[in-house]
Design a protein around this ligand. Structure first.
Ligand SMILES: Cc1cc2nc3c(=O)[nH]c(=O)nc-3n(C[C@H](O)[C@H](O)[C@H](O)COP(=O)(O)OP(=O)(O)OC[C@H]3O[C@@H](n4cnc5c(N)ncnc54)[C@H](O)[C@@H]3O)c2cc1C
Length: 418
């Protein structure tokens, strides 16, 4: 495959998809959506279910962005712990955020069941403690979640970790049966198929270049829409420079091994695992028993010359027995990260937007799309919960945003090594 960043296991195991036409340069819609990832697709489907005439513009192909490349880890909640959210925003707002963010699990499960999406959904997510103090902190969070919000998870003592993982030397962990993992590209394609059935018009290879009032200007022409939904995550800056300043793209890389005969030996419960480092390792088994492993981040856009070698060293740190295991696929993508690591949803006139899920987008994007759809039909309650979260652009203007953010992230990565 020509794009070294898109040589993914997901592309190789994608469900059948009939390519959709290029925008024909004309049209009038109730809602036009820019971006064919989880956010845009979820919004498109939800808008069509509300009886709206919807067009979705995707610059490349469905799932081309982070949605078709991610680790597939379904981690309930946001990047902040509920204790942090509660302390910062107070109980009433924390409850509203909890209901939506943790309720996102049900929304994804509902979509998969309702539309029969074949995306290898598996239950079980383990957060593995890299340091003993991380485990203590996880236990405090688990107690808080159970007591204050009724969300049960299971503390796994260090000597019980073998039930879920044999490797990594982790100091205990937190197992959440409602978390899990899936094949992200097939989830995106499933949502797209459901959107088509619901009457959405999808244009692929149809990049939007700008928005002018109610007009969507694409390379091939323009369309009119009463409402426009911006769901282009890392590419927001191409369409709206101001919004682009709210996120920085952090490059992240994944590999998939050959199918492993002793896969259950490594991950006996089939749970997805993410560890508690700032630059985390995250991994899981695919349906055909490959280890899909993400590890290491790059603060520059240029990919490593050898992505497989770059990620392999992290995998071997966790599972030394895989030192000589062949890697079939290696790929990468950009994680859109905000200043405070909370998603950024909002409105500019007739344009609603959602981006910056900061590495926690696999579940929350489906929710975000549904909130966008509610917002265009005038139900602002859930949307406002997120719209009111604090957000600000990276300081120093666009020119300095990325170097500054990079310095900050390098500092956190360094702290892990101390
Ligand atoms: C390597 C990697 C691993 C990750 N792992 C996880 C994980 O395990 N768990 C988790 O919760 N999150 C993970 N994430 C984050 C998660 O994938 C994202 O938060 C989520 O997919 C964002 O979805 P989205 O629809 O908002 O954006 P995207 O999926 O990026 O979709 C945006 C779309 O907009 C299109 N587009 C761009 N410009 C234009 C334009 N001008 N006109 C029209 N279309 C345009 C793009 O082609 C793209 O398809 C990971 C991300 C990466 C990159």
């Amino acid at each position: 495959m020509s794009d070294p960043l898109n040589n993914s296991y997901y592309q190789a195991s994608a469900n059948a998809w009939k390519p959709q036409p290029v925008f024909n340069g004309d049209g009038q819609f109730d809602v036009a959506i820019i971006g064919g990832g989880f956010t845009g697709l979820s919004a498109a489907l939800a808008c069509a279910e509300k009886g709206l005439k919807v067009a979705l513009f995707e610059a490349q192909s469905i799932g081309f962005g982070a949605s078709g490349r991610n680790g597939g880890q379904l981690i309930p909640g946001l990047r902040w712990s509920m204790r942090e959210i509660d302390a910062e925003f107070g109980r009433e707002r924390a409850q509203a955020i909890f209901d939506l963010a943790y309720g996102a699990v049900e929304r994804v499960h509902r979509r998969i069941a309702q539309h029969g999406i074949a995306c290898d959904l598996k239950s079980g997510h383990l957060e593995a403690a890299y340091k003993p103090e991380h485990f203590a902190d996880m236990q405090r969070e688990a107690d808080f979640l159970a007591k204050e919000f009724g969300w049960e998870s299971e503390s796994v003592q260090p000597d019980e970790m073998g039930r879920h993982i044999n490797g990594g030397g982790y100091h205990g962990g937190l197992y959440d049966a409602r978390g899990g993992h899936f094949h992200p590209l097939n989830y995106a394609l499933g949502l797209a198929g459901a959107a088509l059935k619901a009457g959405v018009t999808i244009f692929e290879h149809s990049p939007v270049t700008r928005i002018d009032g109610n007009q969507i200007i694409a390379e091939q022409g323009s369309a009119k829409a009463q409402h426009i939904l911006l769901a282009a995550d890392n590419w927001m800056e191409d369409i709206d420079r101001e919004l682009g300043g709210f996120t920085v793209p952090i490059m992240n890389y994944n590999i998939a091994t050959v199918p492993l005969p002793d896969a259950e030996q490594l991950l006996p419960s089939y749970a997805a695992v993410a560890d508690s480092r700032f630059v985390l390792n995250y991994f899981r088994l695919s349906a055909d028993k490959r280890l899909i492993f993400g590890g290491g981040e790059k603060y520059v856009q240029t990919p490593p010359a050898d992505i497989a070698a770059f990620v392999r060293k992290h995998m071997v740190d966790v599972f030394p027995s895989l030192a000589d295991t062949p890697i079939d696929y290696a790929w990468g993508g950009a994680v859109g990260v905000t200043m405070n690591r909370l998603p950024h949803l909002g409105r500019k006139g007739n344009v609603f937007f959602a981006h910056g899920f900061s590495g926690h987008g696999a579940l929350v994007t489906t929710l975000a799309g549904e909130l966008l759809a509610e917002a265009v039909t005038g139900t602002m309650g859930g949307f406002d919960v997120f719209d009111k979260l604090p957000s600000r652009p990276f300081p120093g203007g666009r020119l300095f945003a990325r170097p500054l953010a990079t310095l900050g992230l390098l500092w956190y990565a360094l702290r892990d090594r101390l």
